[in-house]
Design a binder for this molecule. Structure first.
Ligand code: 13P
Length: 256
């Protein structure tokens, strides 16, 4: 069985102190739900302090991006070597990074390889724009993003990879994809692509999240879908009550 995974992507929200205060309040609330993997992804400057505050809990920490080089003259960038030992996960290919920092599918593939090489687990984000969705291009586009991101990645490494399907039109808009639609892209397109690349056993073992306007009120709709293994959450992960309700809903729907 695939262990459900809920990750809070805090984007450019919460200062260092707000982040630490938040996880001190959040950790005991999430503690009972041991059947769900729970991850927080704060801003870089808060990673070390949040990791320290969560020591002794089973809540994991993730980064929101990284460079693929081990070190070098890359002003402003964060290397995988700097995240090693600090975080377990790293979000790679978020649509905001693709859009604002002009990250390409090839960059994402380099980052995935670098993350794995340094023992970090990538959460690879994919998803189509509204225009692509309306033009009926979702399956081809998302399948292509998955293929390029995983170019040269072995089947063995797939156990350390999580994929997040985040349709761009659903992010921060309140216009979430229906559970059925999300399940069909995740189960059909993404698992289908994984099956072509690695065979059915691997395709069935990889955890795939939905992301985009996930809230306590719609979480059960996603978690009751057979192919959706969790959520990558922005806005609702910034509130202790909401985050807790999301994890509780996942535990209930998945029976863990
Ligand atoms: P929202 O949950 O705020 O729509 O953000 C989703 C997201 O981008 C998570 O990575």
């Amino acid at each position: 069985m695939r262990t459900p995974i809920i990750a809070g992507n805090w984007k450019m929200y919460k200062t260092l102190h707000e982040s630490v205060d938040f996880v001190r309040e959040l950790a005991p609330r999430l503690a009972p739900f041991t059947g769900v993997e729970r991850v927080v992804c704060p801003t870089f400057v808060a990673l070390a302090a949040v990791a320290e505050a969560l020591k002794g809990t089973d809540i994991k920490v993730g980064a929101q991006n990284m460079n693929w080089e081990a070190q070098g003259a890359f002003t402003s960038q964060i290397a995988p070597t700097m995240l090693q030992g600090l975080v377990e996960y790293v979000i790679i290919g978020h649509s905001e990074v693709r859009a604002y920092l002009h990250e390409t599918d090839e960059d994402i593939n380099r980052k995935v390889k670098a993350a794995l090489a340094y023992g970090l687990k990538p959460i690879i984000a994919v998803g189509e724009s509204l225009a692509q969705n309306e033009a009926g291009e979702t399956e081809q586009f998302v399948g292509g993003q998955v293929r390029t991101a995983l170019n040269g990645i072995s089947a063995d490494n797939m156990r350390n990879i999580v994929i997040a399907y985040e349709p761009i039109w659903a992010i921060g808009t309140g216009k979430n994809a229906s559970g059925d639609l999300a399940n069909s892209i995740i189960g059909g397109t993404i698992r289908g692509t994984l099956a072509q690349l690695y065979g059915n056993d691997v395709a069935q073992s990889v955890r795939i999240q939905y992301g985009g306007s996930v809230k306590p009120g719609n979480m059960a709709e996603y978690m009751s879908q057979p192919d959706i293994d969790g959520a990558l959450v922005g806005g609702a992960s910034l509130k202790v009550d909401d985050f807790t309700q999301l994890v509780e809903a996942a535990a209930k729907a998945k029976g863990v």
